[in-house]
Write a protein that binds this ligand. Structure first.
Ligand code: ADP
Ligand code: MG
Length: 458
């Protein structure tokens, strides 16, 4: 095993599974010398990022293997990003070598029929200047800025993933707004994967596929698609999206996607789409840390002209941790109560009016709510998780749901068995052990669990 492979093992144990996949998997060891390791990345932005954030970790991991310091060099591969060959090509190994090295500024398709995005289509609050940057979202933010300032040159696609209410849609709108401001003639399409699915269905029914294709392939300069996890299991939509993706990517049009999980974790997604989602840059957004949550509250209070005392901001930020939307919701609610009742904002007042939020949070995590969430995540029915079917597509999520129930609630093994339609407690125990062991042993199992845990209200 090479030094770098061993060092990766050390790094693996020191970072989350997610960070490992995002930042370390893509590093290719180009050369290993007696005192120097050369790592290759396909993108300069990504290389700078890894250097700025993980240099020390990489050095210390290598040193722990070799017993002496090594020089670590991170270089950018000179080849350009992959461009799909033909639509019919089944090849899933895009060649980076045989394409031109310089990408032009986004070409703007001319045409009278182009449906242009108007600034009115965008949420007026979702801008770069209202987005509070912290360690949990700085990569996604920096990548979005890079793409907004130089579409189709930085990386394509940009794939942003993270839990609900963490600012993915906010960033998409911010990118659209920035591109629109610079190039009002660019046709920017912002669409959720759900709307896209509806458009596909509608166009098939009305036999208007030509118009559909023209709209998304020929008359689109930038495609921003929100919540692509919705495409799971929708074969016909996936097929249309595959061709849309190829057409746009091939014409050097920027594509940005958001998702609640990594491409690997989207169930029932065609391999060829999954691989395309990984062509560009994958950036994550994690729940913000306390300081960032406080800064978000203060920024919002300032925008809305609310005098928010620091101790109240900290109280709210400690109370709501996993979701910025809920955090803002708590602030708005508290301010509404305060103005109705003509009260000053203070910690006791906040405690008072957000009591049901606290109670609700305590109740929120039950076996029932976990079963619901896991069923949604894997796109299976709750009744199947509680039923007797043993097919892997059901048994696998069921085992994970049992594991999470045990880990995140006070319920005993027999109680969990009852929540799953009266299963024996030994079944639950076996599932708990199996999933726990898989998490310890394999990265993919750990990252699968982490993706679901990100959505738990904890
Ligand atoms: P997602 O699409 O990830 O579910 P949204 O983009 O809809 O989340 O964000 C939810 C709410 O939280 C929005 O009102 C958004 O403006 C706000 N928000 C999220 N992250 C931030 C941030 N870093 N700074 C300011 N506001 C944020
Ligand atoms: Mg969203």
């Amino acid at each position: 095993m090479s030094i770098w492979e061993q060092a990766l093992g050390v790094i693996h144990s020191r970072v989350t599974a997610e960070n490992f996949s995002t930042y370390f998997r893509p590093l290719r060891c180009a050369d290993e010398l007696s005192d120097r390791i050369v790592l290759e990345v396909t993108d300069a932005f990504f290389g700078d990022w890894v250097r700025d954030h993980y240099q020390d970790l990489i050095h210390s991991a290598v040193e722990s293997i070799t017993g002496r310091p090594f020089e670590i060099e991170i270089v950018t591969a000179t080849s350009p990003p992959p461009v799909p060959k033909t639509e019919a090509s089944p090849a899933e190994t895009p060649s980076r070598k045989d394409e031109p090295a310089v990408a032009p500024v986004i070409p703007i398709t001319q045409g009278a029929k182009k449906k242009r995005l108007g600034a009115f289509d965008l949420n007026p609050h979702y801008r770069f200047d209202t987005f509070v940057v912290g360690p949990s979202n700085e990569m996604a933010h920096a990548a979005s800025m890079a793409v907004a300032n130089d579409p189709a040159r930085a990386f394509n696609p940009l794939f942003i993933y993270g839990g609900t209410g963490l600012g993915k849609t906010h960033l998409l709108h911010a990118v659209a707004r920035r591109i629109y401001a610079e190039r009002p003639d660019a046709a920017i399409t912002y669409i959720s994967a759900e709307e896209f699915t509806n458009e596909v269905i509608k166009s098939i029914q009305r036999q208007e596929m030509d118009a559909f294709r023209a709209r998304f392939r020929d008359q689109c300069d930038v495609l921003l698609m929100d919540d692509v996890h919705i495409l799971a299991g929708k074969e016909r939509t996936q097929e249309e999206f595959f061709y849309t993706f190829n057409a746009l990517h091939g014409a050097q049009k920027q594509i940005i996607l958001t998702c609640d999980r990594t491409p690997q974790e989207i169930p029932r997604l065609e391999a060829r789409l999954r691989s395309r989602f990984q062509w560009g840059l994958i950036a994550d957004i994690r729940p913000p840390q306390l300081e960032t949550r406080v800064a978000i509250l203060q920024a919002k209070a300032e925008r809305d002209g609310i005098a928010l005392p620091d101790d109240v901001a900290f109280y709210l930020a400690r109370l709501v941790r996993a979701n910025v939307r809920e955090l803002e919701g708590a602030l708005v609610r508290m301010c509404a109560y305060a103005s109705f009742n003509r009260r000053e904002l203070s910690v006791p007042f906040a405690q008072d009016c957000l009591r049901d939020l606290v109670d609700h949070r305590e109740q929120a995590l039950t076996s029932e709510s976990i079963i619901k969430l896991v069923a949604e995540h894997f796109d299976v029915r709750e009744s199947d998780l509680k039923g007797p079917r043993r097919h892997r597509t059901i048994a696998h999520p069921r085992g994970i749901a049992m594991y999470l129930c045990r880990k995140h609630t006070q319920a005993s093994f027999p109680q969990i068995g009852r929540a799953f339609g009266g299963k024996d407690h030994t079944t639950v125990m076996a599932a708990y052990r199996k999933v726990g062991k898989a998490c310890n042993n394999t990265l993919s199992a750990r990252s699968e669990i982490e993706a679901i845990e990100r959505k738990l209200p904890i």
